[in-house]
Design a protein around this ligand. Structure first.
Ligand code: NAD
Length: 255
């Protein structure tokens, strides 16, 4: 049976992914700051190395799947933390776990991006280049200097999506599939905190998808479960929007 590691497993989308993968027969290794098989802080290189070491030990060196859900929203304590967790918390962990994934059976990685990333495509922020050039210190410094967590959030998800699409081209021949799920507004503690934030709450509450409601974590997990399954064997480097039509609403003249 598949052994799959899931970051952000203690809450929201990550918890729903764990539930579905376990129901489908995967052995799941949850990674989070609390209530997980692997307790680790993905905001630093040390924490990511600690997470990878524990996962590799639990998986006995061979991993079949990785789902990166851990993330912080606009109410995070700082913009630099958003950059470190959302971008480097996924990209560095992928790098550290790739040797174990290469030994896995039909290995697959799914990353949780965001529909917010599409908005950055029209107006890319310099923070994105710093993330893509793997300069965590400079990207963090710029994020804090700007002090705009919504821009740090969208930039982190845009850079993560670009990084993963480029990586998918490189890793195709290694047999590791890699895809991105881009959710719209999903009812989780992260979204609830954003709705109640005095700076962003009104915009978040008014951002209604064409389908007329927010998503549930299980609806994002449905797409992740598909991408991690043999039914998605030819899906690689793709972005699947699970957003009730938000991306179509914002960019219906391009794709
Ligand atoms: P959530 O807050 O319910 O869950 C996030 C999880 O990540 C938590 O369990 C938290 O402890 C963990 N986490 C945060 N920082 C961490 C760290 N330093 N180390 C280890 N774990 C850490 O949020 P969610 O809404 O389920 O978000 C999951 C993912 O989905 C995030 O990447 C988020 O950006 C993305 N997303 C969410 C929405 C939405 O509307 N909820 C929309 C688009 C994208």
């Amino acid at each position: 049976m598949s052994v799959t590691a899931v970051t952000g497993s203690a809450s929201g989308i990550g918890a729903a992914v764990c539930q579905q993968l376990r129901a489908a027969g995967h052995t799941v290794i949850g990674i989070d700051r609390h209530q997980a098989e692997v307790i680790a802080d993905l905001s630093s290189s040390e924490g990511r190395a600690n997470a990878a070491e524990q996962v590799i030990a639990l998986a006995q060196g061979k991993l079949d799947g990785l789902v990166c859900c851990a993330g912080l929203g606009v109410t995070a304590p700082s913009s630099s933390l958003v950059v470190s967790v959302n971008y480097f918390g996924s990209t560095e962990l992928i790098e550290l776990l790739s040797p174990a994934l290469k030994k896995g059976t039909k290995p697959a990685i799914t990353i949780i991006g965001s529909v917010a990333a599409s908005q950055q495509a029209a107006d890319p922020h310099p923070m994105i280049d710093l993330m893509l050039s793997n300069d965590e210190q400079a990207a963090r410094a710029l994020a804090d200097e700007l002090g705009q967590p919504h821009i740090a959030y969208a930039a982190s998800k845009y850079a993560l999506t670009v990084h993963c699409r480029r990586l998918a081209v490189k890793t195709g021949s290694t047999g590791i599939r890699l895809n991105i799920v881009a959710p719209g507004a999903v009812e989780t503690p992260l979204h609830e905190a954003s709705k109640n934030d005095p700076r962003f709450g009104e915009a978040v509450r008014n951002f209604i998808a064409p389908i007329g409601r927010n998503g549930q974590p299980s609806e994002i997990a449905d797409a992740v479960s598909f991408l991690q399954s043999p039914q998605a064997a030819f899906v690689h480097g793709s972005i699947i929007y699970v957003d009730g039509g938000m991306d179509a609403m914002m960019r219906n003249g391009s794709f």
